[in-house]
Design a protein around this ligand. Structure first.
Ligand code: HEC
Ligand code: HEC
Ligand code: HEC
Ligand code: HEC
Ligand code: HEC
Ligand code: HEC
Ligand code: HEC
Length: 399
């Protein structure tokens, strides 16, 4: 009897210990794994407590800027008369639906000579979609991209216009700005060149919560275990960052493509110093000639609004959690926050009510010097136009 009692007591004690231990581990263990490591947990978890924000995030250009190609969605961009591109009388690329997916098929004198499948899509489609295909652990860009401005296919930016080309490698650098993660392996090939392999299954598509906010697992575990706590813990608060830190948090992807990364920026977290990741881009600093594509940071920091105010950042006009695309009236209110009164000349005032659209006069759309695209049968390149972030007085623009 004594023996049995002792066993019961021991078992009971063990059960209690197990329950206590499992309660300690519970919150963290319930969370899904994330390819970035133990400190991360993925957007699906964030959404559980931040439902209102996740609604807008799901449809935001950041969230949609890369994804695996879904055939049904791609077919919507299709129309029977615009699914091919003629390079010459001899060469064309045709977009074809086959049993195993949708392909860009190259024809030489009527004979199919190369076919690659649409695997991944870059861009939210706001301006363009560029597509890539995987070959083992490497990724390549397809010859045709889709441009919203013409609602049609054209040659991918920078590709030759005389004949089709399928061999432009897409490196992890594109994903560093257009996705949240990819696992890469580098092997030194020679003193100056490294060979990069990317793990397809590890790609975290789109720019997700933790890409902008930093790893959030500890934050989640804390708030799961302390539901009564309404003050955010273990997550960087943007409002506590300095102006440079705020600019860097956007500049990691919005400072142009010319910067040389010293180490992968996938690990960049808000609060980090961007100079630790990129070597200085002396060209981009005011004196150079930054491009409207991809380099909003240099354009803005070269403007008097930025230079002569103490606290202007991207957030003075953009809240990445709201979608006010195209609402120039609302954007103009953000100018008026700092410019309650303006000294416009009679000629300018005669142009009508200025207060609803400061934007088209002071931040006009300009053509990118880096990106143009070639349409079929045209002898000139088509412009790729973006809003200039060099806020200034431009020669009067006739609207
Ligand atoms: C268990 C619930 C819970 C989960 C899951 C959760 N949060 Fe939070 N979060 C909170 C609470 C509570 C606050 C404080 C109240 C508020 O600001 O909404 C907060 C606040 C925040 C803030 C605001 C900080 C500020 O500036 O005030 C950010 C950013 C944030 N969370 C990011 C995340 C991210 C990223 C994830 C996913 C990795 C996440 N949260 C998942 C509960 C949660
Ligand atoms: C492109 C970068 C970016 C992405 C992606 C992003 N955030 Fe934010 N988030 C910000 C910035 C910047 C702020 C600060 C806004 C401000 O103070 O003007 C912010 C603020 C917040 C806040 C606090 C302020 C508020 O509006 O309530 C929470 C909570 C938050 N984010 C959660 C999330 C969650 C959850 C996701 C994913 C569903 C997410 N964020 C995705 C950049 C981002
Ligand atoms: C991880 C890279 C990355 C970070 C960090 C990032 N962006 Fe972006 N942003 C992009 C990419 C890529 C696009 C193009 C999206 C598309 O495909 O349309 C974009 C688009 C935008 C747009 C235009 C689309 C829209 O929402 O109207 C704005 C504005 C913008 N970003 C502002 C910001 C601000 C402000 C921050 C800092 C809080 C920021 N971004 C941080 C990569 C990033
Ligand atoms: C340094 C960050 C960065 C890198 C690297 C980068 N992009 Fe972008 N990309 C952006 C930003 C920011 C935008 C949106 C705003 C703009 O054009 O200025 C954008 C826009 C785009 C768009 C149009 C999205 C839309 O619908 O508006 C496509 C497509 C695109 N990039 C593809 C690529 C590809 C493919 C690569 C690699 C060859 C690449 N990008 C490299 C930052 C980057
Ligand atoms: C954070 C405050 C702030 C915001 C927001 C802001 N500005 Fe400014 N802006 C300034 C300051 C400060 C100056 C310099 C005034 C001076 O020289 O006395 C300035 C200068 C200007 C100038 C004169 C430029 C020149 O080169 O002489 C124009 C035009 C202008 N702003 C338009 C705008 C427009 C349009 C917007 C909205 C898209 C805007 N600003 C948003 C603070 C701001
Ligand atoms: C003074 C206001 C202001 C500031 C500050 C500002 N932007 Fe913008 N931004 C705008 C306006 C206005 C648009 C055009 C919106 C539209 O057409 O819907 C825009 C558009 C964009 C776009 C889309 C470009 C296009 O042509 O579609 C990107 C990307 C962007 N901003 C990023 C940034 C980043 C990154 C910063 C900080 C370096 C920043 N912006 C600072 C006002 C501002
Ligand atoms: C029709 C084009 C147009 C519109 C709309 C417009 N501006 Fe201007 N702005 C100009 C021109 C041109 C000048 C140079 C002075 C002049 O000729 O009136 C100027 C000058 C300025 C200046 C420098 C002079 C000063 O007042 O210190 C600021 C700041 C400014 N504008 C801000 C704004 C803001 C804010 C809005 C929106 C509420 C706006 N502008 C709307 C064309 C415009």
């Amino acid at each position: 009897m004594k023996g049995i009692k002792r066993i019961v007591v021991i078992l009971g004690a063990m059960a209690i210990v197990i329950i206590i231990l499992s309660r300690c581990m519970n919150a963290a263990d319930q969370l899904p794994e994330d390819a970035r490591g133990k400190a991360y947990t993925g957007a699906a978890t964030c959404i559980k407590c931040h439902k209102d924000l996740s609604q807008s995030y799901a449809h935001s250009p950041h969230g949609l800027t890369s994804k695996p190609v879904v055939d049904a969605a791609l077919l919507k961009v299709f129309s029977p008369d615009s699914n091919s591109f003629l390079f010459s009388a001899h060469q064309k690329v045709v977009i074809e639906k086959r049993d195993s997916g949708i392909f860009q098929v190259a024809y030489q004198d009527g004979k199919a000579v190369r076919a690659q499948k649409f695997d991944m899509q870059f861009g939210s489609g706001e301006k363009a979609y560029t597509y890539t295909y995987w070959q083992g652990k490497k990724m390549y860009e397809l010859p045709l991209s889709y441009f919203a401005a013409i609602q049609n296919w054209a040659i991918s930016p920078g590709f030759p216009k005389e004949s089709f080309y399928y061999d432009r490698a897409i490196t992890s650098r594109c994903l560093e700005c257009h996705a949240s993660y990819v696992d890469i392996k580098l092997t030194q090939r020679s003193t100056f060149s490294k060979d990069e392999e990317m793990e397809k299954g590890s790609v975290i598509y789109g720019i997700d919560c933790e890409r902008c906010h930093g790893p959030g697992k500890q934050h989640v575990v804390f708030h799961m275990e302390n539901p009564q706590e309404k003050t955010a813990k273990f997550i960087t608060l943007y409002k506590t960052l300095t102006r440079k830190q705020k600019m860097d948090a956007c500049g990691v992807c919005h400072s142009g493509n010319a910067l040389v990364a010293q180490k992968s920026v996938f690990g960049f977290e808000p609060g980090d110093n961007l100079d630790d990741y990129y070597t200085q881009d002396f060209v981009g600093f005011g004196g150079g000639d930054p491009d409207v594509h991809g380099n909003q940071t240099s354009m803005l920091t070269g403007s008097n609004c930025y230079r002569k105010s103490k606290n202007m950042t991207c957030q003075s006009c953009h809240n990445t959690h709201e979608n006010i695309k195209g609402n120039l009236n609302l954007y103009s209110q953000r100018c008026i926050n700092c410019h309650q009164s303006t000294n416009h000349s009679k000629t300018t005032l005669a142009k009508g009510s200025l207060s609803t659209n400061c934007i088209d006069c002071h931040m006009p759309k300009e053509s990118s010097k880096l990106i143009t695209f070639q349409q079929a049968g045209k002898d000139h390149l088509s412009p790729y136009r973006l809003r200039s972030h060099h806020i200034a007085i431009y020669p009067v623009i006739n609207k």
